[in-house]
Design a protein around this ligand. Structure first.
Ligand SMILES: Nc1ncnc2c1ncn2[C@@H]1O[C@H](COP(=O)(O)OS(=O)(=O)O)[C@@H](OP(=O)(O)O)[C@H]1O
Length: 261
């Protein structure tokens, strides 16, 4: 009796059993993907939870006897944390306009000052920042006029009383000598403590970079001269504001008649 030969085994399909190399490659790829996913999740978790963990007391929120907290995973690779809330220190104040101006310009020379002379740029009783601010120079017109006033002028109440007393004494001496600034009728408003507000008596006129500042500083050395520290630019920019503004020194009330324009 003839027997049929046994049928050949069916060819292996790719879905049921693949080559060992492909299977190994698939497993490696899958394990790497899972590892990368775990690292990513742990990194995100550490970066989000670590700031909160700093605010909690040690051991708070964890059951006693639990596993110790694990250190942050790869701290050097974590993105920098952004600290939020009021505990963040305030940013440093922006540099003042005077500081910026002085950074781009050379410092003005320290003009010699008479005792009690607090009107010039190097004055204000040791206020270095105020002195530097007084030297702020704005872009000038082709022509520049500097006004220097002699005599007694309006003073800022913030300034020292010692200098005010000296000014008062100086005003008295000027009045005694006949050259006082207070006796001029209609020359300006008089304040009991700070002298008069009046228009300048002298102008320094010169082109830009013509040395007008140096001349002003040289004249300022005289004890009876009061000169402005910041140029108000009255004739070229603020003329429409009128003489009242010019004489009262809208820009610098403490230098009411120290006019540089
Ligand atoms: N005596 C004397 N001799 C020669 N040069 C002098 C003198 N006095 C002031 N200077 C120079 O003048 C320049 C400043 O001029 P100003 O004060 O008019 O400057 S500004 O226009 O008011 O900004 C400034 O020049 P720069 O330094 O090139 O800006 C001063 O160095």
């Amino acid at each position: 009796m003839a027997q049929w030969p046994a049928p050949p085994p069916p060819p292996p399909t790719a879905s049921s059993k693949g080559p060992p190399a492909r299977k190994l490659l698939f497993m490696c790829t899958l394990s790497l993907s899972v590892t990368y996913l775990c690292y990513s999740l742990m990194s995100c978790y550490s970066s989000l939870q670590f700031p909160l963990a700093l605010q909690e007391p040690p051991g708070a929120g964890e059951p006693s006897g639990g596993p110790p907290p694990s250190p942050p995973l790869l701290p050097s690779l974590l993105p920098p944390r952004v600290q939020l809330g009021p505990s963040r220190p305030p940013p440093p104040p922006p540099p003042s306009l005077g500081a910026l101006a002085n950074a781009s310009r050379r410092e003005p020379p320290d003009s010699p000052q008479a005792p009690g002379e607090n009107w010039g740029p190097g004055s204000s009783g040791g206020g270095g920042a105020a002195n530097r601010d007084a030297w702020i120079r704005t872009p000038l017109a082709p022509t520049e006029m500097i006004t220097v006033q002699s005599g007694l002028f309006e003073r800022d109440p913030h300034e020292s009383s010692t200098t005010d007393e000296e000014l008062t004494g100086r005003r008295g001496s000027n009045s005694t000598s006949g050259g006082g600034e207070k006796g001029g009728p209609g020359s300006g408003t008089t304040t009991p403590d700070y002298g008069e507000k009046k228009l300048p008596q002298a102008l320094i006129i010169g082109v830009k970079k013509g040395g007008t500042r140096a001349l002003l500083e040289a004249i300022r050395v005289h004890p009876d001269v009061r000169a402005v520290g910041v140029e108000p630019h009255f004739f070229d920019r603020n003329y429409e504001k009128g003489l009242e503004w010019y004489s009262l020194g809208t820009i610098l009330p403490d230098r009411a008649t120290q006019i540089v324009c």
